[in-house]
Design a protein around this ligand. Structure first.
Ligand code: ADP
Length: 374
């Protein structure tokens, strides 16, 4: 009897602690369910009591085992001294070709039965955005340095040539050119920062496509005329899209500017609109140098240029197409490119039509040129 008593005495509290050790403290399960991060609860034997589906999908947990050795080591330290710990962790992709995931982890004691809570926040995207931002700042600084350096050199040269009026005039002209370049760059940076924050278009409304085309063509006429390039605007009249007219003019002007800049003299640039189901397509076609296939995916990146020297020579900032892309995305649309080296390029803006359908007015299927200018 005494033996039995002793046995009971030993077993009963043990059995209780066993079930307590495998049960989560009150309310924890519901808190874990709403947390966006990967969450894992380990029992005092390092077995996984609970794991969010994200923790399993990332390969942190398999069955009832925690796979990341570093996390297990952290969990043991936390269990030992009860201190909350934070760390960063790279977990190799568990499928072939999958990239490593970078986590910010927080490990904390849970309840009084040796349980430990592991929270892991996937920060791969944040890291990527940080890297893009760092790159962008480095690129902007580099782009600003060139005209600023040139301006300072020219100012020095003018000072030295103070008694030579002809030289002063010549260098002053070059200063104006560099200042204009700086101005374009700053303007483009302002436009880009306005639209790429993912903020909605300020006050969207119905925008007549004809007016956008007229305005954009108008602003490019001088440059086109200087190269004897014929600018033709045409296609379907009376179309309307939903958005911001100023941003759309900027996007279309950038496309026409490029078409002119990357085309030889005496060629044609055609700007044309047409309905396409629930969208409107505005295309700009040139007979220019074209874009190598390998570069076509990258031309919409900020500061990417196929030929940096040529871009600078034509006053390019390297931001034109990035602006076009962000404007089209902000309008719920997209931009596509077709190009063949030596033959020419066609850029097509596809934008949601105002009212959900492209053809809204009876005269909208005529295809007379809106403007033909040299
Ligand atoms: P940039 O200011 O250099 O023109 P963009 O962002 O407007 O910058 O264009 C990026 C690059 O794409 C250009 O440097 C040029 O190499 C190429 N590109 C853009 N449009 C055309 C075009 N119509 N024909 C040929 N190349 C083009």
């Amino acid at each position: 009897m005494a033996v039995r008593n002793h046995f009971d005495h030993r077993r009963v509290p043990d059995a209780t602690s066993e079930s307590e050790a495998t049960a989560l403290p009150n309310g924890v399960a519901s808190v874990l369910a709403v947390l966006p991060s990967s969450a894992v609860v380990l029992d005092r034997e390092d077995r996984v009591l609970r794991a969010s589906s994200a923790a399993r999908a990332f390969g942190l947990v398999k069955g009832d085992r925690m796979m990341a050795a570093e996390l297990l080591a952290l969990a043991r330290q936390v269990r030992r001294d009860g201190e909350i710990r934070e760390s960063e962790l790279e977990v190799a992709g568990h499928k072939f070709g999958q990239e490593a995931t970078s986590f910010a982890v927080r490990v904390a004691p849970l309840g009084s039965h040796g349980q430990v809570l592991v929270l892991a926040e996937d920060q791969t995207e944040r890291r990527r955005v940080e890297a893009v931002r760092r790159d962008f700042v480095a690129n902007v600084s580099h782009e600003l340095k060139t005209p600023v350096g040139a301006l300072s050199l020219l100012a020095e040269t003018i000072q030295d040539a103070a008694d030579d009026p002809e030289a002063v005039t010549r260098f002053a002209g070059r200063m104006q050119h560099e200042a204009a370049r700086l101005n374009y760059l700053v303007q483009d940076l302002i436009t880009l920062s306005r639209i790429q924050g993912g903020e909605p278009i300020p006050i969207p409304g119905p925008v007549p496509v004809d007016e956008v085309m007229h305005e954009a063509v108008d602003r490019c006429n001088t440059k086109a005329a200087a190269k004897d390039i014929t600018l033709v605007a045409g296609g379907t009249e009376g179309l309307r899209v939903w958005g911001d007219d100023e941003l759309l003019v900027t996007a279309l002007r950038n496309l026409i500017d490029n078409a002119v800049a990357y085309s030889p003299e005496h060629t044609r640039v055609v700007v044309s609109a047409r309905p396409a189901g629930e969208s409107v397509e505005i295309s700009v076609s040139d007979q220019g140098i074209g874009i190598p296939e390998s570069a076509q995916e990258r031309i919409f990146e900020r500061f990417f240029r196929v030929d940096a020297a040529r871009s600078r020579a034509t006053g390019g900032t390297g931001l034109g197409l990035a602006i076009v892309k962000h404007v089209s995305v902000a309008h719920g649309g997209e931009v596509a490119v077709w190009s063949k080296e030596g033959s020419g390029s066609t850029f097509t803006l596809r934008l949601p039509a105002f009212g959900g359908t492209a053809v809204t007015e009876s005269h909208s299927t005529t295809t007379t040129p809106l403007e033909a200018a040299k």
